[in-house]
Design a protein around this ligand. Structure first.
Ligand code: NG6
Ligand code: CA
Length: 508
């Protein structure tokens, strides 16, 4: 399948090759950097209007690029959201794209076309740096953490990778570079399990006195393996020298991203830079601690902004800014308490991570999937604020348009070419977006329909309104962006119209 697909794309290349070769040698093809934050809400970046936080580096990009006010992820959690972003396919078409364990098998299959494949097949150097959370290897729990972990990111288009396998709160707490654990002592092999604890290893639940850095929130789990005074999800043993230091994660991944840019400055590159900020456990570097006045969550936001600043500085310094397309967005909406007693709730004050939107991470309401979204490209993009409806599922087809290549019909078929909209040349975007968080929702920008579901209406754990309801829900976003008034009974025709869009998409 993949071979067939490469050949297909290869035809496109050979037709265009004289142009492409020339363009490549003079570095005319734009570099592309995709900055994907973790759990940063619409209101968490000061460019989107909240006065309670200052993210100057992001704001600078926003003021020089297109800032979107109606941009969506496909899902309200990381794994399904990232799956859709990278493959151009709705994660809800599959049943195995939910929040992945740290020992999950690769969710994106090698035969699937990814954004990274697209760039790689068109002469780019490609890299993924930061949080991964899309599984590794081909069988859950069977990865060789002490050797070459395969299949891995090189099988889905990334020439270089420096990643955290899952999340900061899931074992194994090590970096994996080009499919090998970094800094592993061969005499201290790593063992990972999501089923059974390792004898002799203290756990958060049995040894709370060892939780010197962060304690889990009550009833949130996160009480298994202890690494750096923080208990996590999952069990691990060994690999002591390879363990990351939580406060250095942003520095480590930002440095690797900068190195990748520097070493590819003479050829086109694609960098997928997925930060750990501001996912839990939030343990920012001491230089950010106390700086936001909002506790660890706010400090991690400042750390994210710093990472963005370092990328920008590098591009400026190398003279690459002019011809580098930067997209900055987040994988899902915000959450305040996501599992650790880090004072985020107590110190939130009047800050509204969700902006004007209802819900948050995990929610069918808008704040679950309506995320910050900026496009910056000095050479081609003029500063603007766009109300166009956009979805991350369209990145693949839009990048294909940027590269002027056609996609095979059986790949990325949920992805639409929205390049003109993304570059601010067109004021309208998609006809509708589909959002998923247990239920499926569809919005055309004016109206939003949430399909009935039996899930809970509210999560006590995270203090989130999840938006599940056994009845149809319809909101008139144009005048009720906060989804306060369910008008399904008043507008049955709108319900039917939106429902039929969902039915149409589900049949594809
Ligand atoms: C949840 C975790 C949460 C976070 C989330 C994944 C519990 C109670 N909560 O299951 O802490 O890790 O998974 O977040 O375990 S995501 O942004 O990577 O999707
Ligand atoms: Ca996330």
């Amino acid at each position: 399948m993949k071979q067939h697909l490469l050949n297909y794309i290869g035809i496109g290349i050979s037709v265009l090759s004289p142009f492409l070769l020339n363009a490549q040698s003079t570095n005319k093809k734009p570099n592309v950097i995709f900055i994907l934050a973790d759990d940063i809400g619409y209101g968490d970046l000061s460019c989107n209007g909240e006065k309670t936080i200052k993210t100057p580096n992001v704001d600078k990009l926003a003021s020089r690029g297109v800032r979107f006010t109606n941009a969506h992820t496909v899902a309200a959690t990381s794994t399904p959201s990232r799956y859709s972003l990278l493959t151009g396919l709705y994660s809800w078409r599959r049943h195995d794209t939910g929040i992945a364990a740290g020992d999950a098998a690769m969710v994106v299959k090698p035969e699937q076309l990814t954004i990274a494949d697209l760039f790689k097949n068109n002469g780019y150097s490609t890299a993924a740096v930061g949080k991964w959370h899309l599984g590794l290897g081909n069988k859950a729990g069977m990865q060789n953490w002490n050797g070459f972990i395969t299949p891995g990111l090189q099988d889905i288009g990334f020439d270089y990778s420096y990643i955290m396998a899952a999340t900061g709160d899931r074992v194994p707490c090590v970096f994996v570079e080009n499919q090998y654990v970094v800094g592993l002592d061969p005499n201290d092999s790593i063992k990972v399990s999501y089923k059974t604890p390792f004898s002799g290893e203290p756990l958060g639940r049995t040894h709370p006195e060892l939780l010197t850095v962060l304690k889990p929130s009550i009833n949130h789990g996160h009480n298994q393996a202890i690494v750096n005074g923080v208990s996590r999800i999952g069990y691990m043993k060994g690999g002591t020298k390879a363990l990351w230091k939580d406060e250095n994660i942003a520095d480590s991944i930002t440095n690797k991203a900068v190195r990748f840019i520097e070493s590819n400055s003479t050829k086109p590159f694609f960098l997928y830079f997925a930060t750990n900020d501001i996912h839990v456990p939030r343990v920012p570097h001491p230089r950010f601690v106390g700086k936001s006045g909002m506790g660890a969550r706010g400090d991690a936001l400042l750390q994210f902004d710093w990472s963005v600043g370092e990328i920008v500085k590098t591009l400026d310094h190398l003279g690459l800014m002019e011809n580098t397309l930067i997209v900055l967005t987040s994988d899902n909406g915000p959450v305040v308490d996501d599992g650790y007693q880090d004072m985020a709730v107590e110190m939130l004050g009047s800050h509204r991570p969700w902006g004007d939107f209802r819900g948050g991470k995990y929610s069918n309401f808008e704040a679950g999937t309506r995320v910050p979204f900026l496009v910056h490209w000095t050479k081609k993009v003029k500063p603007a604020v766009s109300k166009a409806l956009v979805s991350q599922v369209d990145m693949l087809a839009s990048f294909a348009a940027l590269l002027k290549v056609e996609l095979p019909k059986d790949q990325a078929y949920d992805s639409q070419d929205q390049l003109s909209t993304l570059l601010g040349l067109k004021k309208t975007g998609r006809a509708y977006v589909i959002e998923s968080a247990g239920a499926l929702s569809v919005s055309d920008g004016e109206w939003k329909y949430i399909s009935p579901s039996k899930g809970p209406a509210y999560s006590k754990l995270t203090n989130t309104e999840l938006g599940n309801n056994t009845n149809d829900q319809l909101y008139y976003l144009k005048e009720d962006v906060s989804e306060q008034k369910n008008v399904a009974k008043l507008y049955p025709k709108e319900v039917d119209r939106l429902k039929s869009i969902l039915e149409f998409e589900m049949k594809k």
